[in-house]
Write a protein that binds this ligand. Structure first.
Ligand SMILES: *Cc1c(COP(=O)(O)O)cnc(C)c1O
Length: 459
């Protein structure tokens, strides 16, 4: 297959603008740029619309090759990349019709039942490939608000050249989310932190810039890694190909926390996907909707505890990329040195904050009226879409992302709908397995001591 793209090698720049550009492999293995910025592709290749419409006859792994290969370039031979994609995307991606032209894209059929499987599984395979080539091994250090940890842990479980350390906020994940991480063992190490997700993220960030830990070969698997971001552009093309006809533009609603999912969508749009509007739906952590309203960005500290717990983010890392895409610059603290083009952001994006009360009401009414079972994250997306259509009138096709399986959040759903969401096979046996957890305080010294000891132990 000949891609109608410039086959120029794509380099990756740092959003902070002070690090050297690197190739895909460099960006993937580094995670974060040395200047603390996030890597962004210097060129975003486009796919002709006629080709995008042909995706309707292709399966998920086939479509994924068209999206990902230009970014990887010749660093992975076609045959190997195709094999990785086939292996990573071996599960269903249902697009369910709710009513006239309104669809739910279910991204919850991977092994850990959240959309984070899509990115983690491909990133794991790519990293493993490059590390083997170099004869190196690394420690993946990552913070999770619930779903990243398990997706990453599963994606890397059993790989010989990678060890995984995951930090999670002790009181902010559900038992099922926790068990998905802690029951693996092997090369997967799980730390319960006495703190919030933002504390975990800040601990991880400190470890990455600590010169004393340089010898450990730490790498990040957070949504800041380019390898986590690019795979999240694929399913927007896939969903479009399943619902759209010639001439259609879609509206897509994305429940957002750290804004990696939405950023994948914005990249898809830049690549040529006809999206009329993205809805960036947050929970009560409304720093982005407030920015869109006022033009002033102010992180929320501490972040608010909402029932959509994977979106309890007071300062989304990926906003640095969103700003870069619109010509602005934001550093890792959320300080804005260059305002983005807010007018074009308003053209592409509708940002809305959904309260817990509205999330609960949405779970209840969408079940009673439309017979769809949504969990809190998907409900934030669906509520955002409903708000948009109420304000601007009907549109089709519309796609709302369901980012986790309702069985991950059973308590709210049972209380609101009376339905006990059926347990997917992958989660059914979690209760019987032993958990391996190491508890740490929110103090950086404790993490550092742990990592030093862990590094000494070797593989
Ligand atoms: C991580 C997560 C989100 C938020 O995705 P971001 O890319 O961080 O915006 C939404 N829903 C679920 C279930 C998640 O796990």
């Amino acid at each position: 297959m000949i891609l109608v793209l410039s086959m120029k090698k794509i380099l990756y720049y740092s959003t902070n603008g002070r690090s050297e550009k690197v190739d895909f492999k460099g960006a993937l293995l580094k995670g974060q740029a040395p200047d603390m910025g996030l890597y962004m592709p210097e060129i975003i290749p486009t796919i002709p619309l006629a080709r995008i419409h042909q995706f309707s006859t292709m399966n998920y792994p086939e479509i994924s090759y068209e999206i990902i290969s230009p970014y990887v370039g010749d660093l992975v031979p076609e045959k190997q990349l195709k094999a990785m994609l086939l292996d990573a995307y071996d599960f269903d991606v249902p697009v369910e019709k709710v009513y006239d032209g309104k669809y739910i894209l279910r991204l919850d059929r991977g092994p850990t039942c959240s959309f984070k499987d899509f990115a983690a599984r491909l990133m794991g395979r790519l990293m493993h490939y490059f590390l083997r080539q170099e004869g190196k091994s690394i420690i993946i250090l990552t913070a999770t608000s619930g779903d990243t940890g398990s997706a990453v842990a599963h994606a890397f479980y059993g790989l010989d050249n990678i060890r995984v350390v995951v930090l999670f906020p002790r009181n902010e994940v559900t038992e099922r989310q926790r068990r998905q991480m802690t029951t693996l063992g092997g090369n997967v190490n799980i730390l319960a932190v006495d703190g919030k997700f933002d504390d975990c993220q800040s601990l991880v960030k400190q470890a990455f810039v600590d010169p004393d830990l340089e010898g450990l070969n730490l790498s990040s698997a957070n949504s800041i890694n380019i390898g986590r971001l690019l795979p999240q552009a694929i399913y927007y093309f896939y969903a479009f190909s399943r619902v759209a006809h010639k001439g259609d533009e879609v509206i897509v609603s994305v429940p957002s926390g750290n804004f990696g999912d939405l950023m994948g969508g914005l990249i898809a749009r830049k690549m040529g996907l006809p999206v009329h509007k993205f809805i960036a739906a947050t929970n009560e952590n409304n720093e982005f909707p407030e920015f869109m309203r006022t033009g002033l960005y102010k992180p929320i500290k501490p972040s608010k505890n909402c029932i959509s717990n994977a979106m309890n983010v007071g300062h989304p890392s990926n906003l640095a990329r969103v700003f870069a895409l619109y010509g602005g610059q934001m550093d890792e603290y959320g300080d804005v040195s260059q305002q983005p083009d807010i007018d074009s952001m308003h053209q592409d994006l509708y940002a809305v904050s959904i309260t817990d009360e509205e999330t609960r009401r949405t779970i209840k009414t969408s079940y009673e009226q439309d017979r769809i079972l949504l969990e809190p994250h998907g409900a934030v997306g669906w509520a955002g879409l409903t708000r948009y259509l109420d304000e601007f009138g009907d549109w089709s096709p519309c796609i709302s992302l369901e980012t986790a399986d309702p069985a991950k959040f059973p308590d709210e759903i049972i209380r609101l709908t009376g339905v006990n969401p059926p347990l997917p096979e992958t989660m059914a046996r979690l209760g019987e397995l032993d958990e391996h957890i190491y508890e740490i305080s929110g103090d950086y010294k404790t993490l550092k001591a742990y990592l030093n000891e862990f590094g000494r132990r070797g593989t």
